[in-house]
Ligand binder design. Sequence first.
Ligand SMILES: Nc1ncnc2c1ncn2[C@@H]1O[C@H](COP(=O)(O)OP(=O)(O)OP(=O)(O)O)[C@@H](O)[C@H]1O
Length: 273
Amino acid sequence: MAATASTLRPDTSAEIPAGPADGYKMIAENVTVHYGDVCAVSDVSIKFHERSVTALIGPSGCGKTTFLRCLNRMHDMTGSARVEGRVSIDGTDLYGGDVDPIYHRRKVGMVFQKPNPFPTMSIYDNAVAGVRLNGVRDRGILDEIARDALEMAYLWDEVKDSLKRPAMELSGGQQQRLCIARALAIQPEVLLMDEPASALDPIATQKIEETITELKREYCIIIITHNMQQAVRCSDYTGFMYMGKLIEFGKTGRVFTQPRSELTSKYVKGQFG
Ligand SMILES: Nc1ncnc2c1ncn2[C@@H]1O[C@H](COP(=O)(O)OP(=O)(O)OP(=O)(O)O)[C@@H](O)[C@H]1O
């Protein structure tokens, strides 16, 4: 579906509840991933709520990124991983035989650890890159989409007078918000974020966290973070992974204050990781 500007901006006049919402947007069931003989993710099942932020935490190498990449079929593109299980979005199996992976990948935007704007493009061209790829050519529509996406990523005020500037001239934090705008411009329904603030300074990190908090009014967001305070500040639900397994999942406040597993308790207290 081609993007149009009119539906991009959240309708703040509507009664959109902030926080955990009214159902599940995405469901992962018994997801297992192998790289060759190595099992990187083992039998992970999580239900992701609409209009909420879910944090995935766990020590390095526990399988967080591998699992996240299953949620938009990104492993298809590298071919190095074997994925089993079921991932559905609005009830449609992402891995179903009759599903167009490109169409569904558009529903699931991704923001990576390091800001990765297209290096030869301007700020404007980065913001609308995905929309152009989807066939939108009308300048008026592109302008509107660029503005909406940049506003939603809380970058508009800083760049509105210099949209033709090279994206690489932005600061790291601004580049990351541009990448968020680029992901939002194609109107995803789920936003995956793999340590989106790990390369940023505290002020830029704060802006990203504020952006995430605003975006959850409209999106299902799944974020990987090594920063426990960030998980507490930003997320409604937390899943703790260890050695490829989901050890614990629940409301963030509960997972951090009354963890059910000894492993979770030790991890969130910083006793290993
Ligand atoms: N392309 C790959 N080929 C082979 N093994 C891989 C590949 N990618 C990841 N792995 C292995 O899978 C396991 C899980 O890695 P993954 O990157 O998912 O962990 P992670 O929890 O995201 O780690 P980090 O927090 O350090 O980013 C690790 O043992 C890793 O070495």
